[in-house]
Design a protein around this ligand. Structure first.
Ligand code: UD2
Ligand code: MN
Length: 529
């Protein structure tokens, strides 16, 4: 069907092609588990085994092992994407997939989904880089891929981490475009043409697909970051998704099939011109194992004259997990922070101070030598971080701008301070002696009248006296998260009219407002407008 359409198209315009239409897999069984991206329900008799396997990879390996390596998936693209035509002579890509102790079935499903759902003339090679996985005895991967013509396996003789592993994979790539994927992805129909086309149009554009979610517990395939969401970062140097500001939405005609400019990328999934990647300095090879490299590359692309975009017509699923299942050779937190400090020191100019203010111990991290990266920045005549914030991440909230008041929130009578105590979302706000230290005590009264610690807001849904305060994601919509406060006075909750009271137990409580010392709160700092 697609082939005959393509033949028809080429008789009209020989320079164009339609999206590649995959055919149903050989031996397709519509009743097999997980087909069409549906949830896998583990039968009772396999629950114990599946729970055990979950620990190995931080996802339901049992489900993955029992689904087809060629399973079918829903098509989540906006409908306009389906009729797009592309140049016949799109450049080819090398696909690089790095992995450390990945489950064989998820890795092979990633490979097959690429082979099954990409036009064969666009895939030059798939390079698998095994980052020193522990292989005991029999080596099923090597045996399996021996039959797959385009697939190459490279094995690191020592653990390098994902950053250097990607450089190793890149160095084996020979196609004009290199596409990176994590080892637990599934690509969907039409994923490749829009990525290659965009890089082909402009070699200094780096493009990411929309990342759909493959559920870690059920392997259900569903929409993830779609359409009006783009990548940003916070001052903890963490990648975040955020709603696209209205100006950028307007440029895109309020969400259509046009690319979205994104301040940062999640990290794992992108296509880049092979030579351009070399020119802008690949990755910082002194970053270890995991983390930070996605922001470093994002800042570098924008500051050094490139663009980072998300293509709404390209959809790739990824298994998001809640734990990192593999070991870090050195302390995990320190490794990630070191990578982040290298990023901040090279690219963020004075704005790195905001990072250090949030996590003062980061100042003392030995981040190694960054001379080469600073020279790269000079050689490429890259712009300042201020330029990046003014022109790209225009909706950034600077720490001191975002707050009306900030710091420890103290009840002077008791010398007790509000403290989220690192409790999970949906837990109650706590208290601790103000003499204690810790970032869970640093609370902002934001310009939106929220009481917030990071992205967690103090929410009051129980409007009875004696009700507790719940920690929830900030929604920026007022409602149960709207508070009023006058310097060194009460903290009044708008919708219930109640005031925050130190209470008599371990948690503060909401009480009718009265002039009593237990309802007086002072922030360390107040910022005049
Ligand atoms: C996200 C990115 C990931 C990377 C990371 C920050 C997506 C979907 N994923 O985390 O690509 O940018 O943020 O660093 O955007 N691996 C190795 N050696 C190691 C550790 C990991 O080869 O020492 C492999 C791993 O098997 C996987 C890939 O690197 O294929 C990414 O690791 P992850 O899946 O644990 O990272 P993720 O998705 O949480
Ligand atoms: Mn991943």
């Amino acid at each position: 069907m697609a082939d005959s359409n393509n033949t028809l198209l080429q008789s009209i315009n020989p320079n164009k092609r339609l999206i590649f239409q995959p055919t149903l897999p050989h031996n397709f069984n519509p009743n097999a588990i997980g087909e069409n991206g549906e949830s896998v329900i583990v039968p009772d008799k396999a629950k114990a085994e599946s729970d055990k396997l979950f620990k190995n990879h931080g996802f339901n390996q049992w489900a993955s092992d029992h689904m087809s390596l060629h399973r079918t998936l829903p098509d989540l693209r906006p409908s306009l994407c389906k009729s797009q035509v592309f140049p016949k002579d799109l450049p080819q890509t090398s696909v690089v997939i790095v992995f450390h102790n990945e489950a064989l079935s998820t890795l092979l499903r990633t490979v097959h989904s690429v082979l099954d759902r990409s036009a064969p003339d666009l895939i030059h090679q798939i390079i698998l880089v095994d980052d020193f996985s522990s292989i005991k005895g029999h080596d099923p991967l090597k045996k399996y891929i021996a039959d797959l013509k385009k697939v190459i396996l490279v094995r690191n003789p020592k653990r390098e981490g994902l950053i250097r592993s990607r450089i190793i994979g890149y160095s084996r790539a020979t196609a004009p475009i290199v596409t990176f994927l994590d080892a637990h992805c599934e690509v969907t129909i039409g994923w490749l043409e829009p990525l290659l086309d965009r890089v082909h149009q402009n070699r200094s554009v780096v493009v990411c697909p929309e990342i759909d979610v493959i559920d870690d517990k059920t392997f259900q395939y569903r929409a993830g970051s779609s359409g009006d969401i783009r990548g940003v970062f916070n001052w903890d140097m963490k990648f975040r998704w955020r709603l696209t500001p209205s100006q950028e939405q307007k440029r895109r005609n309020n969400y259509n099939v046009l690319f979205a400019r994104s301040p940062t990328m999640a990290g794992g999934l992108f296509a880049i011109d092979r030579q351009y990647f070399q020119e802008i300095g690949l990755y910082d090879s002194q970053m270890d194992i995991w983390g930070g490299e996605n922001l470093e590359l994002s800042f570098r692309i924008w500051q050094c004259g490139g663009q980072l975009e998300i293509m709404p017509c390209s959809h790739v699923g990824h298994v998001f997990r809640n734990v990192i299942p593999y070991k870090f050779p050195k302390d995990a937190g320190l490794t990630i922070n070191k990578n982040s400090v290298r990023t901040a020191e090279v690219w963020m100019d004075g704005y790195k101070e905001f990072v250090y203010q949030r996590q003062p111990y980061m100042r003392n991290i030995h981040f190694g030598n960054i001379t080469e990266r600073l020279e790269l920045r000079k050689k490429l005549q890259c712009k300042s971080f201020k330029w990046y914030l003014d022109h790209v991440f225009t909706d950034v909230i600077l720490p001191n701008e975002s707050a009306i008041a900030k710091g420890k929130v103290r009840n002077p009578e008791s010398e007790m301070c509000l403290n989220t105590l690192g409790r999970p979302k949906h837990a109650f706000l706590g208290l601790s002696p103000c003499a204690h230290e810790g970032k869970t005590m640093i609370i902002s009264l934001t310009v939106l009248n929220e009481l917030a610690m990071d992205e967690v807001c103090f929410d009051v849904s129980d409007h009875q006296s004696g009700g507790k305060i719940t920690l929830l994601d900030c929604h920026s919509m007022g409602g149960n998260q709207f508070w009023s406060h006058k310097k060194n006075g009460k903290l009044q909750h708008r919708d219930s009219g109640l005031c925050l009271d130190r209470g008599t137990g371990i948690n503060p409580v909401m009480q009718p407002c009265k002039d009593v010392p237990s309802q007086i709160w002072t922030f360390d700092n107040y910022y005049p407008n």
